[in-house]
Design a protein around this ligand. Sequence first.
Ligand code: GLC
Length: 550
Amino acid sequence: MTAAWWKNTSIYQIYPRSYQDSNGDGIGDLQGIISRLDYIAELGFETIWISPFFSSPQGDFGYDISDYYGIAPEFGSMADTEELIAKAHAKGLKVVLDMVLNHTSEKHPWFLESSLSKDNPKADWYLWHDGKGKDGKKPPNNWTSIPAGNGWQYSESRGQWYFCSFLPFQPDLNYRNPEVKEAMLSVLRFWLQKGADGFRLDIFNAIFIDPDYSKKNPFSFHWFPTKDMMRARFQKRIHTINHPDNFAFAKEVRSVVDEFPGDRFLVGEVFGAHPVVRNYLGEQQEGLNLIFLFDMTLFQFNANFFRNQIETYNAFYPAPYVPTFVTGNHDYKRSIGRVRGNLTKAALLAVLQMTFRGVPVCYNGEEIGMLDADIDKKEALDPISHAYWWVPNVIRKLLPIPLNRDEVRTPMQWTAEKHAGFCPNNVKPWLPLASGDLASRNVQTQRQNDKSLHATYTSLLKLRKAHSALQSGSQSLHPILNSKSVLAYWREDKTETLLVACNFSAKSTTIKLEPKLEAIWSSVDHLTPKSDSPSTTLPPFGSLVLKSTT
Ligand code: GLC
């Protein structure tokens, strides 16, 4: 039996607003994506995940949906969506839509109706509760939201509070109401019928919160969100994140996608400790097919960090579980910033991403080493930045996660032109370009250079496709070659054994290899490496992939 396609796939995230503007309004759109499908297919990614383009007032740029069956006009129409799915499929690409199950926009007709009174037909569709104090004007409890504002918002019309896991205009749906569950599962079925190959599930771990509102979230010393997002604003979110009912719901959602042929799949945005979040995958792999593992977004550039990751993923996600290698997305500072924009180090990160066990998830622009923008908070469009209006720019720069996500969502850089080929030169793009180095960090320039980061990605994706051991083989540390600066690991399946050796040092390093290893990829000349084993010199931050010939 061949493995389900999603186990071996590679995912490319498209942030539609910033990918390609086709109609000259400074906002990326679906026709823009269609015009770039050849680019993605040539680059070698197999699956595209597109951030939400459904009807939305765009308060959170699409993550606040007002109609799950409609398309926001700035992105296009239903016909464009159908065309996009059909054309992507014709090129062999899978299409993953971004589904926000946890909350709707406050402008969604369900919420408008729900907030009218306590006894309308949708009265129980959201998480309503009476407040405290004699006039009920105090929130029901101390629960905060994920961005660390107040979780509860007051509605004058109902004289009650509603819970928001994210921002105040994104009210949480009440999944303990079977009608809500049915309505949202119908949305999934609708898009599966349209040909979606799967869904990325937005903040899936916030869908069910504790039904007992008398429980308080305990005190924690952290004000800013911790790496695992479980603590913030002096609170540990034990009742509002990763409630066990979410694990059971993962299985229910999976059974819906399994109604459809072709191994449709689910990848969940969840966060928390590994022993907790792996519950989303189910004991028998009957939960979400994949979850995003965000450890790598905050990587440390040294061999030891990645050695630990190999061991962590082997311990918590042994086969048949499939880990993911996520270097960034539209919410994180771009990973290249962690190596100060250094393209050689970024290439080494790409080697790791494409040769580690698990599904690589790449955010558009990473393949050309796009940098973050530097945008003054006064100019910010991102509602998170507004929520943190009081944090000065200097502090923002020091934080590992961005408070103004505009900085990581700037237009894709296709050319070295004024607006990077994202939109016409006489039109203002919705966000400014990333800071600096447009001359070399654009697709056109890098495609002409067979040593560019883009060329590294392309050749690595080719290599991955050609070697089943890279797609689904086991991963284990080489017993001798590992050192302070060298990371070396085997990838092995029934048909082949490969060795990946990476040099994390700024000096050339010679490694002594077993005989009968033949280089099949090198960071210097990609798919046509010169073979000089058994003793091989790895250039500064260089790497080699070798195949055992025995
Ligand atoms: C997820 C999305 C983020 C959005 C939030 C609320 O974290 O990635 O962009 O703002 O959920 O939907």
